[in-house]
Each structure stands twice: as C-alpha cells, then as structure tokens.
Design a protein around this ligand. Sequence first.
Ligand code: B12
Length: 224
Amino acid sequence: MNKEELLKGLREGVIEYDEDKVKKLAEEWLKAGYDANEGIFEGLAAGMEVVGDLFAKNEYFVPEVLMCADALYAGLDILRPHVKVDKGKKKLKGEVVIGTVEGDVHDIGKNIVKLMFEVAGFTVHDLGKDVPLDKFVEEQMRTDSDLVCLSAMMTTTMVGMKKVIEKIRAKNPKVKILIGGAPVTKEVAEMYGADGYGRDASNALTEAIKMISSLREMRREDKI
Ligand code: B12
C-alpha cells in the first residue's frame, strides 16, 4: 500500500469503527517509515471529522461515534510513542493543567493536545473530562503551573470557560490561559479574556510555548 492508500485506510478504519483495521494500518504506517503526526492528523483525526458529519446528519448516533472513538484511540496507542515535535520546540520545560470543562465529555481533541505537550517535554496535569470549574483553579494553585488549558466541544459548555478564566484571574493573575475545541474561535478567546486559542494540537503547542516563554521573560525582568 502506498502512503495515500494507508491514510485512506486509517480514515476508513475510524469511520467504519474497525479497530483491527486501524491497528494493522497504523503498524504498516510506522513500518513504512512515515511520520506518526501525519498518520494521526491526516488519518485518524481526519476520519473523526467525517464521523462528525455523519453524526450531524443523523446517520451515526452516540453508540457508533463511541466505537469510532475506540478505533481512533487504538491507532493513537500505536502511533503515540513515535510522535515528534520540531527540535526548536523542545527547549522549554513547562507545567500545564489541562481538562475538558464541566458538562462536556468530549476528550479526544484534549488528549491529542496533551500528547503533543508531553512529547514536547511539558509536565501535564490532566484533570480529564467533565471537570468541575473550581477544580481547574485548585489544580493550578496546587501545582503552580504556568499554563491552564481548557477544552470545550459544545456551545453550551464553552461558556464555563469564561467562569474558569475569571476565577483563575482573581486568584492568580500570572497564569496564562489557553482555550480550544471545535466551537472556540479567536474572537471567543478574546471575549472570554483568555490569553489565546489553539485551532488544533500543533497550533496549541506553538501557542503554549509562546505563552510560557513570555511568562519566563516577564519573570526575568521582574515585572511579575
Ligand atoms: C466524538 C464525538 C462525541 C463522543 C465523544 C467521545 C470522546 N471520548 O470524546 C460522544 C459520542 C460521547 C459524544 C457525545 C455527545 N455529543 Co459529540 N461529537 C463528537 C464529534 C463527532 C467528534 C469530536 C472529536 O473527537 N473530534 C476529533 C478531534 C481530534 O478534534 P477536536 O475535538 O476538534 O480537537 C482538536 C481541536 O478542536 C483542538 N482542541 C481541542 N481541545 C483543545 C483544547 C485546547 C486548550 C486547545 C489549545 C486546542 C484544543 O485541538 C484538537 C486536536 O487537533 C463531534 C463533531 C465535530 N465535528 O466536532 C460531536 C459534537 C461535538 N457533539 C455534539 C453533541 C451535541 C453531543 C451530545 C450532546 C449528543 C447527545 N445527543 O447525546 C453528547 C454530549 C455529551 C456531553 N455531555 O458532553 C455536537 C456539539 C454541538 C454544539 N455546537 O454544541 C457536535 C459538534 C456534533 C454535531 N455536529 O452536532 N460526542
């Protein structure tokens, strides 16, 4: 199978919730020496996008989508140890709190963002999904993390981010806050008072690095 066929197979495996197919093709992808990141984004995550369309059209329902998520995770388990980040992005040691906000159980995107952070060498405190809003504040204070990352996949739960941001700012104005998830835009991030927004996992890492660097810079200059 050539590269395009493998990617197509990975996408189809997720869409057809065929875990065995995804596992087999993920192994083949690595054996052929292709980039794990590309397999995740152009293969597994791209398949999940199609699943999203089928879900929106009522062709798939929650049980099918859950099985698709299992297939995606099966592939992710195989590709994860081979994910790489640009050398330039590896220099910084950051500490991050991440989670999906209260009322929201979508965690696939959040887990991919977490994966990129871990590969980059960050220490990640993952609170999981459906996280009570105060828990983000408590965990930031407990760990003294540089960055808090909030994920929300629904317009209804996205509003919780604003509350978390206000609570964190009130307790500790030095913390940087990065938000993301399908309904989140740059405008939403500005409106909610976040420091930034990431449209996908690699953009999330770029933004996180920028934020932590500026925090370090400010600390060096004793501005905070
Ligand atoms: C998978 C899925 C589910 C799965 C979740 C499984 C899991 N473990 O995550 C299940 C079946 C459980 C589910 C349930 C529901 N879902 Co759903 N689901 C989806 C679906 C199809 C795919 C989401 C996904 O995983 N995408 C793949 C990942 C890789 O992409 P991503 O999540 O966008 O993440 C990337 C970026 O957004 C970004 N990112 C994400 N988080 C963060 C965080 C930070 C800090 C940063 C910087 C970046 C970042 O980086 C990620 C990686 O590149 C979407 C459709 C869609 N188009 O998004 C609907 C969708 C999100 N679901 C929806 C709905 C309505 C529901 C339900 C209410 C359905 C129901 N009737 O029960 C329930 C809600 C349950 C709840 N309380 O949360 C709606 C939301 C509509 C809205 N605008 O509010 C969507 C958009 C479908 C639709 N078109 O109607 N769902």
